[in-house]
Design a protein around this ligand. Structure first.
Ligand code: FES
Ligand code: MG
Length: 585
């Protein structure tokens, strides 16, 4: 499959250069505009290079510390070629890169910082349209959130997944197979040489994780919401098709500038719902919930955990991709990719939603063929009848929490057991593998101080490792509960995003080892056996205070980040932006 070509705008009606935003910088006969023009001359541009043409920014999250975007330097050249072909003036603008593999404590701490940067970079410059080059997990929601708030014509260009990992004859999925083989190593089943081999061959190319992690989930969400070219989300990063997509994306951005087709013309309540349903049908990452709520917040659209759960009850999982299934993104692409999957569920989607091409979602998915129905299942043979992620509520999570039920051991989806509580991540790390630890496979591992404020930054600690002594006994899943997130590549019976988190006085703050906990995913409940009196006693004995850094971005974050069920955006960024132009200069 390959992306469709763009539809050229109607030249006669639409191409009035004086309507371009950038003409307010370059057009007037005044001293400031003289300055703008003369400094473009300093860069070697003539009037014909930029005058009467849309300025199209390539917002590039390339960085040598973002391993997933290592092809973005060359790919931006392809985008540039498309912009030039369609008569635009390309300008490449670097923005902060959030690479999952290298950033500590977690990229999630910086999602809102990148969103703010994208918004302000778009607002303050002479930019008529933008190509948003992102891919690695948080870069996708961050760039979409920024573009929504700036409300300048923007098309998302996903980095694309890596090639499949390959070890001997076995395909390896990034993240998922790291956890799997680490457990085997801890259990004494994997030698050092094999472990080294896996290190050498699990990540074989540029691109994002090739499991259905957060990167691919959010790329599919962006496509389903109409913010990419059709078919963009699944094209492997190193394929020629991905280069062609880059050129087409550049051409499309020019047309979008002339048409002034802004995020607010594409995104609304219905398109957000399409994004939610796509994320469920692909068996996507739990992180999509947090990001989609934040995206909806920027649009002034309501999306709650309850909405998410009700869509989950009616949306089947059709993509059989790890960690919830068997295959990898390359297989998904070859099976027809997201357009083919969406074509199987048109009755569940708002297909009249607009996309960045000016057409509708229906145009993007009509006539799509499922090439391999093992990978993209038919409606009468789904991976699961209902969505892969469920929302639980109860006295341990009054504002809700989530579990990726398709990636859990079905036997544990209804479970009652005694809590083994760790106050924080370092304590968990120090004690978990202790031979004398009082734990068995019925225990419920609990981690607190791991939420948006407690950690801080809402890290991916929610797939707590299993105690070594249980791994050696053959145990491979247990119920784990935390106010953390987990990687989209993770799996296991992990209850995540407990809200409110412990650091702000959520009930998780007062649970103790030995307390009984029950989860029932079918009933959507999570229950902690405790009397009101006992709970009040513990609360009075141990008041909580969220940590607030003394300065800098960390302080801004701590003062303004919202809880998981609210999307973890900054409170002052939520809601539609008036799209203010910079003042007179
Ligand atoms: Fe970048 Fe997984 S580390 S997408
Ligand atoms: Mg990830």
């Amino acid at each position: 499959p390959s992306s469709q070509s763009h539809q050229p705008a109607n030249r006669d009606n639409d191409r009035d250069p004086s309507r371009l935003r950038s003409s307010r910088w370059f057009g007037p006969d005044d001293m400031r505009s003289f300055g703008h023009r003369s400094r473009l001359k300093a860069m070697g541009f003539d009037d014909v290079d930029y005058q009467d043409r849309p300025v199209v920014a390539i917002l590039n999250t390339w960085s040598e510390l973002n391993t997933c975007h290592s092809h973005f330097r060359e790919r931006s050249d392809s985008v540039r070629r498309g912009i030039l072909q369609s008569g635009g003036f390309p300008v490449e603008v670097p923005v902060m890169s959030l690479g999952e593999m290298m950033m500590k404590p977690t990229t999630m701490l910086y999602r809102n910082l990148l969103a703010m940067e994208v918004e302000e970079v778009l607002r303050c410059h002479p930019i008529d349209a933008a190509v948003l080059m992102g891919g690695c997990d948080k870069t996708v929601p961050a760039m979409l959130m920024g573009a929504i708030s700036a409300d300048i014509p923007s098309v998302f260009f996903p980095a694309g997944p890596m090639l499949k990992g390959l070890w001997k004859t076995e395909t390896l999925g990034s993240g998922s197979d790291v956890w799997k083989y680490w457990d085997e190593r801890m259990a004494g089943n994997l030698c050092d040489a094999d472990w080294k081999c896996i290190e050498n061959c699990i990540a074989r190319s540029a691109g994002t994780c090739m499991t259905m992690g957060t990167a691919s989930t959010m790329a599919c969400v962006a496509e389903a919401m109409g913010m990419t070219l059709p078919g963009a989300a699944c094209i492997p990063a190193v394929m020629a098709d991905h280069q062609r997509l880059a050129v087409q994306t550049g051409r499309t951005a020019v047309e979008m500038a002339w048409a002034n087709r802004k995020p607010s013309d594409v995104l609304n309540q219905q398109s957000v719902e399409n994004g939610v349903k796509a994320s469920l049908a692909i068996g996507g990452s739990t992180n999509a919930i947090v990001h989609l709520i934040a995206i909806a917040g920027r649009l002034g659209v309501s999306l709650t955990l309850d909405d998410f759960d009700s869509f989950s009850r009616t949306t089947p999982v059709l993509a059989d991709i790890r960690p919830g299934g068997q295959f990898l993104m390359e297989d998904f692409y070859e099976a027809g990719g997201l357009p083919a999957l969406l074509s199987q569920m048109t009755d569940l989607l708002h297909t009249d939603c607009k996309t960045i091409t000016g057409g509708t979602l229906a145009d993007q998915i009509q006539d799509q063929e499922v090439i391999n129905d093992q990978v993209i299942r038919s409606r009468d043979n789904p991976v699961s009848d209902i969505g892969g992620t469920c929302v639980l509520k109860g006295n341990l999570a009054p504002s809700g929490c989530v579990i990726k039920s398709i990636a859990a051991d079905p036997k544990l989806l209804h479970h009652r057991g005694p809590a083994l509580v760790f106050d924080n991540y370092p304590e968990m790390k120090a004690k978990l593998h202790d031979e004398d630890l009082q734990v068995d496979e019925n225990s419920v591992l609990v981690l607190r101080s791991a939420g948006p404020l407690g950690a801080p930054g809402f890290p991916e600690w929610g797939m707590l490792p299993l105690p070594k002594k249980l791994l050696q006994k053959g145990v491979r899943d247990m119920v784990r509960i935390s106010d953390a997130r987990m990687s989209g590549t993770s799996y296991g019976t992990c209850v995540l995003h407990i809200a409110p988190e412990s650091a702000v006085g959520g009930p998780l703050a007062w649970i103790e080892t030995g307390d009984m906990i029950e989860i029932n995913v079918q009933q959507r409940t999570i229950h902690w056996d405790i009397s009101d009196e006992e709970r009040q006693r513990r609360q009075a004995a141990k008041p909580v205070n969220p940590p607030v850094p003394s300065r800098g971005y960390g302080q801004l974050y701590a003062k303004h980040v919202t809880q998981a069920d609210q999307g973890c955006d900054f409170d002052f960024l939520v809601g539609r932006s008036p799209g203010l132009e910079p003042g007179i200069h």
